[in-house]
Design a protein around this ligand. Structure first.
Ligand code: UT7
Length: 319
């Protein structure tokens, strides 16, 4: 029994916001710095009031449409997000309600930029166990809400968006291997150290990051976990048809591909147009490559994420 991907979908809000647009809004930055250090040229930012569940709903509807099943057929809905609409109910329950599904198990996963790979791994285990048959897995973020727009070292890096996949129990190959890890001792290098207490925000409600420590950590664990899932599935990294790493920085993506010996033309890149959309980055890139025909049936696709916590996860998929 496999969990097989039968549909993908994604959604980006509004028009692209370029690096020059950010500079024009008064941020002390420039296109040359952002492109050279990160590869990012533009990102999408949700309009005030637009929520993760709204972005995730559209991505989910598109994934369901491709899969040919209806929302009522789902028995599991998992949403990866660090920017939920509310403290509770979960964003998964809100998407469930708006899809018109009743009765599926629905919950959120909080593993920041590794969130989608965690959610995918969890859904795969539910399906392989035989307890559930059809799962919707969504990564949705409005990261622009937790950015300090006076901190040029972070605010230029992120964007908003959502991606989704539908998984179904199948005797044909699907998810071949998954892995998830965390090292909570690294919580200080990337975090939003604020909370709501007694009706007030206490602490710091903005994303804070030690960029260079995150960079080094990300390259190491993205290479390690890619090798781990290939080893579980009994293949060499060179046999992977497509690598979809977390889209945070082109230099991290290139360093990871190089370490793994995977050619640049086998790596899906969207960071130039999406920025870092956290839990949405991997399913957004996956959907783009499925819809433009690069990813074909029978191919092996390795998806991987890394983010605050620190958390990292990966899955090897056969399409
Ligand atoms: O999901 C994981 C999320 N995070 C990441 O993946 C981030 C990983 N880290 C990185 O991508 C890089 O560390 C950054 C892109 C964030 C920063 O690149 P860096 O090469 O590590 O630059 P830096 O932080 O050492 O800053 C170098 C200079 C500084 O100026 P001085 O002190 O040398 O005069 C910064 O003030 O660049 C300056 N700077 C900027 N200049 C123009 C920082 N941000 C900007 C900016 N525009 N937006």
């Amino acid at each position: 029994m496999f969990a097989r991907l039968i549909g993908t979908g994604s959604y980006l809000p509004g028009n692209p916001v370029t690096n020059d647009d950010l500079a024009a809004r008064g941020i002390d930055t420039n296109d040359e710095w952002i492109v050279t250090r990160t590869g990012i040229r533009s990102r999408h930012l949700a309009a005030p009031g637009t929520t993760s569940s709204e972005l995730g709903l559209i991505a989910a509807q598109r994934a369901l449409e491709m899969s040919g099943i209806s929302a009522a057929d789902l028995d599991l809905i998992i949403v990866a997000t660090s920017t939920p609409d509310f403290i509770f109910p979960s964003t998964a329950c809100l998407i469930q309600a708006n899809l018109g599904n009743k009765g599926a198990a629905a919950f959120d996963v909080q593993a920041v930029c590794a969130g989608f790979t965690y959610a995918l791994g969890i859904a795969e285990k539910f399906i392989r166990s035989g307890s559930h048959k059809r799962a919707l897995v969504v990564g949705a973020e409005v990261f622009s809400r937790i950015l300090d727009w006076n901190d040029r070292g972070t605010c230029v890096l992120f964007g908003d968006g959502a991606g989704a996949v539908v998984l179904e129990a199948s005797d044909k190959p699907g998810v071949l291997a998954t892995a998830m890890h965390a090292d909570g001792s690294q919580n200080g290098i990337l975090n939003v150290p604020g909370q709501i207490c007694g009706g007030q925000v206490t602490g710091d409600p903005f994303l804070r990051m030690d960029g260079q420590s995150v960079f080094k950590f990300a390259v190491r664990v993205l290479a390690d976990i890619a090798e781990e899932v290939c080893q579980i599935a009994g293949i060499q990294t060179g046999e992977v048809d497509w690598l979809i790493p977390h889209q945070a920085n082109i230099r991290i993506i290139d360093a990871t591909g190089k370490k793994l010996g995977i050619d640049r033309n086998k790596v899906i890149v969207t960071v130039d147009r999406h920025g870092n959309t956290s839990a949405a980055s991997v399913p957004l890139a996956l959907d783009e490559a499925v819809r433009d025909g690069r990813i074909q049936r029978g191919q092996k696709v390795l998806v991987e994420g890394v983010g605050g916590g620190f958390t990292w996860g990966a899955a090897l998929l056969e399409f």
